[in-house]
Design a protein around this ligand. Structure first.
Ligand SMILES: [Zn+2]
Length: 142
């Protein structure tokens, strides 16, 4: 009986300790799949583009617009296949770097680091709204 009591106390103690620790946040919850990039002639195709966008909780159209702008390239997102076709030769490294910047600017909450966020459009103003802590941060529209 004594042991049971001790265990219960220990459980309660653990519970209290864990409650004090803020939930793990940041890009650690964000297991972004590695971009599957193939090059066909002068085009680069990100085969798993839809999966990547879903992980970012962003519309693939929005993410593709960002990449195209940053790469100063034309291209198109193919709804059916979930692929992004870029009319430019680009390395996976570059795509990864751009996605990283995208996460920092348009996904991750600057206040608490959560990626549980969404973009709200208020007229011409874009706001990054965090579902975890409620912070709102104006972001650069594109
Ligand atoms: Zn937050």
């Amino acid at each position: 009986m004594q042991d049971d009591k001790l265990l219960q106390d220990y459980d309660k103690l653990l519970e209290r300790v864990y409650k004090k620790i803020p939930p793990k946040s940041g890009t650690s919850d964000l297991q972004l799949p590695e971009p599957q990039l193939i090059r066909v002639g002068t085009q680069s195709i990100i085969k798993n583009f839809r999966d990547i966008s879903q992980k970012l909780k962003r519309d693939p159209t929005l993410v593709s617009r960002y990449l195209l702008k940053e790469l100063a390239s034309a291209g198109s997102y193919e709804e059916v296949s979930g692929q992004l076709v870029l009319n430019v030769k680009v390395s996976r490294k570059v795509i990864e770097q751009l996605l990283d910047i995208f996460i920092k600017s348009y996904v991750k909450c600057p206040t608490c680091g959560s990626i549980d966020t969404r973009i709200e459009h208020r007229g011409k103003i874009w706001i990054l709204r965090c579902e975890a802590c409620g912070a709102e941060q104006p972001i650069k529209a594109f």
